[in-house]
Design a protein around this ligand. Structure first.
Ligand code: NAD
Length: 493
């Protein structure tokens, strides 16, 4: 099979790595290589960061008004809408996500650009009501400089959009480093950004591996902000790199999100919510509802109905409209899932279904929807992120017990609460230590709604009205109004 060849985008030009090295991207549904990409090293990263810095300093980018930046973002959103089928097909092929899911995600993608476009010229500073009558002061939001965007493989376009749009709205320039497992759509996005009219060097993409390309980018002294989405172990490297020049950081990391189902819940909805939480996207979602906390009275009924529904899930080619679950995105991820399933079995978790690879024609990395029952929240399968279609279910008796288990986690990204009791819904929404709470729904996303985590799920928030502020520096300007000579220089004014 002939491989599709991609080039990187640096300073508005399409280039190979200077070393000439490449790597292959594999199609998860077939385990076969389908694309070849440049393997960028330090020298390529240097070119990209220097281009981004030059663009940041350039009169051309600096003199574009915030309103005009908003218009460019709006145009980019429109171009994404025009190219949505192409982008959806490409992402599905590259990371193995269902075409029905990538169509949904790409269909919504323009909203992130349109919404953020509207924020570009609303970054108002303030005039300060100073307690010093001879002085006047105001604040201004200014861009930070060169931003590094580090992206994982599970939802590359979405996770790039929530970094790229606010970074550009605020007037920064950016170098994106997509995952070595799913880079194709981010290169397409860069092509559309240039078509929309962003000047050369404002949006750059370098492709390659994390420890080489990614590390060279995050430790580069000209990078002033790193927006990272990925795993905790990688994040620790990134935090260390940022210490070199105190680059600002946002970290969107993993989760072990509790989906808490009370006896008074609408059970049909809760079962759909449980399926959406853990089997949609084959569980390869940071917000996966991988811990199912179910109240005693309905426990057996819930488990039986969940198994019946999960057994009907159609596992198959991600490009087939009828498929409901596709493969794991990488062979490594499949190995992680298999390792954690083996550990759960060894620790004595009760396997209700799955626990093995799914039989699908070809060599793809398919895994069956899996359910373990646990008798303790401290079991590994209740505590470690799997990032696969593996749920762990546990029973609870009281609301207090459910809350204690929900919060007994190193993570705090999302939580689902299923109840008809309004007071209880609000109590738990207040007391569960997570960045996102969904009541009687799951996996809802909006350009207007911030996402991000508590505890080891990271820090910083993306999306929403404050997202652009995270890409700005605040400057305070002081003006002396007095006609008198400057007072005593040895006393603070
Ligand atoms: P990962 O941490 O392996 O990789 C993420 C990115 O970091 C990739 O581009 C990779 O090449 C790069 N990278 C790797 N080593 C690096 C280094 N030393 N320096 C700089 N960059 C480096 O994550 P993944 O396997 O691609 O994605 C899965 C993880 O991402 C899961 O833990 C998941 O929960 C998390 N995630 C979080 C969110 C969220 O919004 N909170 C969303 C999606 C995924």
């Amino acid at each position: 099979m002939t491989l599709v060849r991609f080039q990187m985008c640096i300073d508005g030009q399409w280039r190979d790595a200077q070393s000439g090295k490449t790597f292959d991207s594999l199609n998860p549904a077939t385990a076969q290589a389908w694309a070849q990409l440049p393997d960028a090293d330090e020298a390529d990263v240097e070119l990209a960061v220097q281009a981004a810095q030059r663009a940041f300093d350039s009169k051309e980018w600096r003199s574009i008004t915030a309103t005009a930046r908003g218009k460019l973002l709006r145009r980019l959103g429109d171009l994404i809408a025009e190219n949505k089928e192409h982008l959806a097909q490409l992402e599905s092929r590259d990371n193995g996500k269902l075409i029905r899911e990538t169509r949904g995600q790409v269909g919504y993608l323009p909203e992130f650009f349109h919404y953020t476009a509207g924020l570009a010229d609303k970054l108002e500073g303030g005039t300060l009501p100073l307690d010093k009558p001879d002085l006047f002061a105001y604040t201004v939001h200014e861009p930070i400089g060169v931003v590094a965007g580090i992206i994982p493989w599970n939802s590359p376009l979405y996770l790039t959009a929530i970094k790229l749009a606010p970074a550009l709205a605020a007037g920064n320039t950016i170098v994106l480093k997509p995952s070595e497992h799913a880079s194709a759509t981010i290169l397409e996005l860069a092509r559309l950004a240039h078509e929309a009219g962003f000047p050369p060097g404002v949006v750059n993409v370098v492709t390659g591996y994390g420890p080489s390309t990614g590390a060279a980018l995050t430790r580069h002294p000209l990078v002033r902000k790193i927006a990272f989405t990925g795993g905790a172990a990688t994040a620790r490297h990134v935090v260390r790199s940022s210490a070199e020049n105190f680059a600002k950081l946002s970290l969107e990391l993993g989760g072990k999100s509790p989906n808490i189902i009370f006896a008074d819940a609408d059970l049909d909805s809760a079962i759909n919510g449980a399926v959406a939480g853990i089997y949609a996207a084959s569980g390869q979602s940071c917000v996966a509802g991988s811990r199912l906390l179910v109240q005693d009275e309905i426990f057996d009924d819930f488990v039986e109905r969940l198994i019946a529904r999960a057994k009907r899930i159609r596992i198959g080619s991600p490009q087939d409209d009828a498929s409901e679950m596709g493969p794991m995105a990488t062979a490594q991820q499949l190995a992680v899932v298999e390792g954690l399933v083996a550990a759960a079995k060894a620790e004595g978790a009760k396997l209700h279904m799955g626990g093995k690879r799914a039989e699908v024609e070809g060599d793809g990395w398919f895994y069956e929807p899996t359910l373990f029952e646990c008798d303790s929240n401290s079991m590994t399968i209740m505590q470690e992120e799997v990032f696969g279609p593996v749920a762990a279910v546990i029973r609870f008796k009281t609301e207090e017990e459910a809350l204690a288990m929900a919060n007994d986690s190193q993570f705090g990204l999302a939580a689902g609460i299923w109840t008809r009791d309004l007071g209880r819904a609000h109590r738990l929404a207040r007391d569960v230590r997570s960045g996102i709470i969904w009541v009687n729904t799951y996996r809802a996303v909006s350009a207007m709604a911030p996402i991000g985590g508590f505890k080891n799920s990271g820090y910083g928030r993306e999306s929403g009205i404050d997202s652009v502020l995270a890409y700005t520096e605040l400057k305070t300007v002081w003006i002396n109004l007095s006609t008198a000579p400057m007072p005593d220089p040895f006393v603070m004014r």
